[in-house]
Design a protein around this ligand. Structure first.
Ligand code: SF4
Ligand code: SF4
Length: 191
């Protein structure tokens, strides 16, 4: 088929589809900001009016506001609405853990690769480790909960040289989710 993306995505004046997309996103952000500002003005006006008319007590309002804020904060954390980014500047400087994985795969079934891994901006720049679109920027997983980069049946990592910082630094030695007895090679009961 030989489709040339560079020419088909560039207009007469050099405007690319990416430029248009960014302009659209920027205009949507501006619109959201204006809507947010207007809603804030309405809300503050309403609260001021209700306090002035004695319909609500400002101290009780502040207490109630703090309660709601706390419960919403927990909800946001649980549902992972927030964008997470691992702050590690350079994963290649990390000294990898020394667990003898090759002697243990048949027992642990690489259970560590079901744990949550957050990517860093270095990972995003590389574009090698895949992330979950619905939960940026955590490592993408398959339906069975295992990382998409885990190779079966070997239980080895397909992006081992470029694996994220969390994977490099992690050691399962004292992790009770993985081992009931690390030295005795007794895996923990799966929950
Ligand atoms: S659970 Fe431990 S031994 Fe098993 S693959 Fe992961 S790090 Fe290696
Ligand atoms: S990137 Fe590799 S080491 Fe890290 S969770 Fe995925 S398969 Fe496991």
């Amino acid at each position: 088929m030989g489709n040339d993306n560079s020419s088909s995505n560039t207009g007469k004046n050099g405007t690319t589809q990416l430029d248009k997309g960014l302009r659209f996103v920027n205009s949507m952000i501006m619109k959201t900001k204006v809507d947010y500002f207007e809603s804030l003005v309405d809300l503050h006006g309403l609260i001021d009016l209700m306090i002035a008319k004695g319909l609500i007590n400002s101290r009780e309002f502040i207490q109630r506001r703090e309660m709601i804020k706390e419960s919403l904060r927990n909800e946001f954390a649980r549902d992972r609405f927030q964008v997470e980014l691992d702050p590690t500047p350079d994963k290649y400087q990390i000294t990898p853990s020394t667990v003898d994985c090759n002697q243990r795969y048949h027992l642990c079934k690489a259970r560590c690769c079901t744990l949550r891994v957050t990517l860093s901006s270095q990972d995003l720049d590389e574009g090698i480790a895949h992330w979950e679109y619905a939960s940026p920027y955590s490592q993408a997983t398959n339906e069975d909960g295992y990382c998409v980069h885990l190779q079966r049946p070997e239980n080895t990592c397909a992006i081992y040289e470029n694996r994220p910082a969390v994977c490099r630094a992690y050691s399962c030695k004292n992790d009770e989710r993985i081992w009931k007895d690390f030295e005795g090679k007794v895996p923990a009961v799966e929950t």
